[in-house]
Design a protein around this ligand. Sequence first.
Ligand code: SF4
Length: 349
Amino acid sequence: MDINSLLTWYRKEKRDLPFRKDRDPYKIWVSEIMSQQTRIEAMLGHYARFIERYPTIADLAMADEDELLKIWQGLGYYSRARNLKKAAQVCMVDYGGRLPNTKAELKKLPGIGDYTAGAIASIAYGQQVTAVDGNVIRVCSRYYWLENDFNQPKEKKKLDALLQEKLPGPQEMPDFTQALMELGARVCQPKTAKCEICPLNKSCKGAQRQHPEKLPIARKAITKTIETKPVIIQAAWHENQWQIRLHKRAARGLLAGLYEFDEILPQRVYQKYSLGSYEHVFTHKIWKMDGELVVTDYDSSFIPLIQCEKEMAIPSAFMPFYQQALDLLADLDGQTILESSETEKAEMN
Ligand code: SF4
């Protein structure tokens, strides 16, 4: 691989990202976990809030879980946030409050797989190790024109071994790893290989073909199960404010430990508003949801909206309904609804 051209391009073109300002292993780790499945630009706000709240591994190790999930809200894959905390606790006990400095040791931490360990070890510590993710597979399969199915672990291992032989010295490793990622994100993109502006185009086999985008071989689509799910947001006016009902999901399984709304209507409904329909796609299933906001009687299971906004991690799956419910409640006169509902109850009795 033409490493010199790649590094020259990267040093000139790289994006100015907060976790690139120094080579702090903790910041690199957090950014790598956050950027899995999320575009860098989309995660920057989350990253800034996270680092502000948990500036060190010690702070993260002591994080309150509900607060941690709230800060993670919007990024999905909440188990990643939990694993960050678990790994931080291991670092406090076994590594003196630091991240270990080799790929092999990093892989022993919860939530750190082969790619993330390679990224941290090479970027933060200059270790000569690979960090093979989707971007790197794409660039390398096109560059060397490898028609292997890299969804197969054994084929991915072969690519890893090939790349391992091409790695530059420790001084160049941080930039080399980031340059490959950056090239995959901005130039050699999944649907468009911008060969005309690529620093590797003189030596790349893909650039000599008509459609380099044919590689890498695509993963077979996963068959997803479809579930229908009603989402009933119950609201009650109490102590001069709107309060709503949420439940914590089970500690294991899909959206574990996060909050969700009811699925059945309460006994008394004073006002009802449709929140429309929405589909949320998970890795293996699709939820087809119909949402409703209902105004009902208060009981002690209701929580003030302000508290909910500040403290409860609500999964993205429910956000379209929740945001609409917030807008509707902001326009409703809770006191008047409460008074007419009390009159209605009195008349029934
Ligand atoms: S030259 Fe084209 S195919 Fe080759 S790495 Fe660059 S963008 Fe990808």
